[in-house]
Design a protein around this ligand. Sequence first.
Ligand code: SF4
Length: 299
Amino acid sequence: MIRIHSYSGGVGSMMTAVRDAENNGTEDMLLLFTDTLIEDKDLYRFMIESAACLFDLPKPVYLLKLCGAIPDVEKDMDARRDYLTALAADAMDYIPQLHWISDSRDPWEVFRDRKWIGNSRVAQCSEELKQKLSRRWVKERYKPDEAILYFGIDWTEMHRIGGIEKGWSPYDCWFPMTEQPYLYKSDMLHGLKQYGIPAPRLYNMGFAHNNCGGFCVRGGQGHFINLLQENRELYLYHEAKELEMQQYLERTDITILTRTINKIDYPVSLRELREEWDTGLGLQTKIDLSDIGGCGCYI
Ligand code: SF4
């Protein structure tokens, strides 16, 4: 039986694989990484470094250095795509049980194809770039009685289990981090010290998850204000992409974010949110910094 880990580059998926490896070894274990092409550079570093560690391979210093030179999303997506293709091939050569796959589109290209901008209720990016891609990869290689799927959700995210099991039926799904000993994300990040692996930097920058470089259409106002503060250039890139999509759709009422006032939802573009923040208007009146939202790419 092959054990396939949905390996996202987050600390939860590493710790899931660690628990599985401690119980069952690594011989029949595969790590499946689905690349959205807009991940943080340090996610790629963490994903490669932790995967090598899991399979007892020496630290791949050369590959880790290459991660630091990945072209920025906001500067050159074409160069980034080519660079990541080469990096993925090198990483899989070094770690044969790592499978690094991509649809070849990024989330904005998916929105254009699906003629809609993703939001907290509809995330076509997750559906196309994560869920469909990984299911296709697994189904083409393994029958349901030949593979078990592992997911890195923890005991604070048990509400996600039903959706994952339904989506993957008839394959069996396992969630080792929902079992004892129960760990918070902070415990898992602390636990990385014993492996000598630095935590993915987005966690230290105040992001709740390590996906899509700190961008996420399931994020809320507070999430995007954090992105604005931590990486203004990247925020401006996504702001421009949202405006570009609105022009393409000829709709200004379609936005990633919405704000509810007196039980009525109003669209808020990333440009509006930034202008509210920059002028100081939003803090007194509108911006809900506690609105973080949540990513659940495999649901
Ligand atoms: S992290 Fe958010 S933006 Fe990225 S693929 Fe998942 S749902 Fe989409």
